[in-house]
Design a protein around this ligand. Structure first.
Ligand SMILES: Nc1ncnc2c1ncn2[C@@H]1O[C@H](COP(=O)(O)OP(=O)(O)OP(=O)(O)O)[C@@H](O)[C@H]1O
Ligand SMILES: [Mg+2]
Length: 260
């Protein structure tokens, strides 16, 4: 039984902008799934709907075993500048009424797991972009989520830092049996990380295609350099190109002169 099911999800924002036309998707427990698609196709909207931060206009999100604990990692690390690293990572637990000592104990453990032991009392301004993102991941992990939603978390990082965080994320995913839905614009990142890549059309988004990747989970640097990786990335890239064309055709058919 899937951990979650998106059933005919559509979203039109107040004001009439259609962001998502239709999403039908089953996500298996323990799966690492990437959502890829052009800017504005509704990826962040989909994550917010899955997280329950926003209601869909149509359709429903179903959870097979009740709503799991959900962690959300945003594109921007969104740290509170006046709280230290430990205070930031503990914040969601504190807001839920977990005692300060318990919240800090769990946050401290999560910080160790993302490689930030020793930085508990640093302030965000003293951290690199990659370290801030690690704090943001620790903050999501501190509540021991079963489902981790990540919205282009590494887009702003340099390539090597991004690759390092990709590897660290795969390790966390394996260790915790997490289910991850990972939004990215990067063909290579989605190919490296995922068991399945779901490709969306331009806005209003719908699922155009999905590619199951056969490389074993728990990939390492050698996969990144393999012919298999190049072939997998080419498949994802091709699907994305076709999805973009689909959007162009749809826009053409529904041509509306719009404001001049
Ligand atoms: N709160 C909102 N009110 C109105 N329109 C919105 C709102 N949030 C997003 N949109 C619009 O909905 C569409 C989808 O936005 P969304 O942020 O989900 O796209 P995205 O796929 O995440 O894009 P990107 O890759 O650039 O992050 C966009 O056209 C956006 O302008
Ligand atoms: Mg987005």
């Amino acid at each position: 039984m899937p951990l979650l099911t998106l059933h005919r999800i559509a979203k039109t924002y107040d004001g009439g902008l259609a962001a998502i036309r239709r999403l039908d998707l089953d996500v298996e427990r323990g799966e690492f799934l990437s959502l890829i698609g052009p800017s504005g196709c509704g990826k962040s909207t989909a994550l917010r709907i899955i997280a329950g931060l926003m209601a869909p206009s149509e359709g429903a999100v179903g959870f097979a075993h009740g709503r799991p604990e959900i962690g959300f990692v945003f594109q921007e690390p969104t740290l509170m500048p006046w709280r230290d690293v430990l205070g930031n990572a503990a914040l969601p637990l504190s807001l839920r009424g977990v005692s300060r000592s318990e919240a800090e104990r769990r946050a401290g453990e999560a910080l160790r797991r993302v490689g930030l032991a020793g930085f508990e009392h640093s302030y965000p301004r003293a951290l690199s972009g990659g370290m801030k993102m690690r704090v943001s991941i620790a903050r999501a992990l501190a509540a021991a989520p079963q489902l981790l939603l990540m919205d282009e978390p590494f887009a702003a990082l340099d390539e090597l830092t991004r690759q390092q965080l990709n590897d660290d994320l795969l390790k966390l995913w394996r260790e915790d049996g997490l289910t991850v839905i990972f939004v990215t614009h990067s063909v290579f990142e989605s190919t490296y990380l995922s068991q399945r890549v779901v490709v969306m059309t331009p806005r209003p988004g719908r699922i155009f295609d999905e590619i199951r990747l056969k490389a074993p989970p728990g990939r390492t640097e050698s996969y990144r350099l393999s012919a298999e990786f190049s072939a997998d990335a080419a498949k994802v890239s091709q699907a994305l190109k076709l999805a973009m064309q689909e959007g162009v055709e749809t826009a053409h058919h529904n041509r509306n002169p719009g404001p001049v």
